[in-house]
Design a protein around this ligand. Structure first.
Ligand code: PGA
Length: 270
């Protein structure tokens, strides 16, 4: 896991947007896995700016979102389809027919979930999976106890998640009890993962994810098994990390490598 610690939420967003933009420039027809919630908002704002001011071109990209609330249709202001339209898709040049969000109103969820998995496969798999993390360590809506091999399916939300998301709905009783979510196994199939966290409320989950054991109780910890994960966090979310100094050293080496300053790393000096 590459752990990048940025000063604040704004620099976390800028860093994440740069990584996503690099992916889109390198492979214009890439497949992006996208996330909702408050954490990705700054990244989406920056991507919109890059599209407008630097002609970042999404016209060949395909996107798959992680999850959707059961019972909410695309025009419901709290649905994740609505979130994606208003916070990203309506402001960039992505082809609407290639933006996928799980259907929260399917009648046959088993078939809909199988089809979602199939569509990801047919698109060639996800090149870069963007992720937030819940205070309970969930990725997508893979709540504690979710199988680390799980695929897209229905999931019952925990009381903690319902409480965390009540602010968007104006009350806990208005938050749907179920969601349709890609599985941990679906996420692990992505070629690269980019996990963001900001704020002190995520510090414990981030520490468990990066430095704790791999456990279904913290589904984000399954990312330790993935071969290419970048975690970008702000100082507050990083505050409980024990190996902080080492992550900073790795980042310094990475920066030197990217800038071609190889001699400073002892490469080619002997
Ligand atoms: P948040 O949610 O970005 O709104 O904190 C993250 C999540 O629950 O995955």
């Amino acid at each position: 896991m590459r752990v990048v610690i940025e000063r604040d939420a704004e620099s976390v967003s800028r860093k994440a947007a740069r990584l996503i933009a690099d992916q889109v420039r390198r492979k214009p027809d890439c497949v992006l896995g996208l996330a909702t919630g408050s954490t990705p908002l700054g990244t989406y704002r920056e991507l919109i700016r890059l599209h407008r001011e630097e002609a970042l071109d999404f016209s060949h990209a395909t996107t798959f979102n992680l999850d959707e609330y059961v019972g909410l249709g695309p025009t419901h202001p709290q649905s994740y389809r609505y979130f994606m339209q208003s916070n990203l898709f309506d402001h960039i040049n992505v082809d609407a027919s290639r933006t996928y969000v799980p259907d929260g109103r399917a009648l046959d969820f088993e078939a809909a979930c199988r089809l979602y998995e199939q569509r990801i496969k047919d698109a060639g798999g996800i090149d870069l999976q963007f992720l937030g993390i819940g205070a309970d360590g969930h990725i997508a809506f893979n709540e504690p106890g979710s199988s680390l091999g799980s695929r897209t399916r229905l999931k019952t939300l925990t009381q903690e998640t319902i409480r965390d998301n009540a602010r968007f709905f104006g009350g806990e009783e208005l938050v749907p009890r179920l969601a349709v979510t890609v599985g941990v196994g679906t996420i692990l199939d992505a070629r690269r993962c980019l996990l963001l966290a900001v704020g002190v409320g995520k510090a414990a989950a981030i520490r468990e994810t990066i430095e704790g054991p791999v456990t279904a109780q913290i589904t984000a910890s399954a990312l330790q098994l993935h071969r290419e994960v970048i975690v970008v966090v702000d100082e507050l979310a990083a505050k409980d990390l024990r190996r902080r100094a080492y992550y900073d050293e790795v980042e310094q080496s990475q920066q030197l490598l990217e800038r071609g300053r190889l001699r400073e790393l002892g490469i080619g000096t002997r």
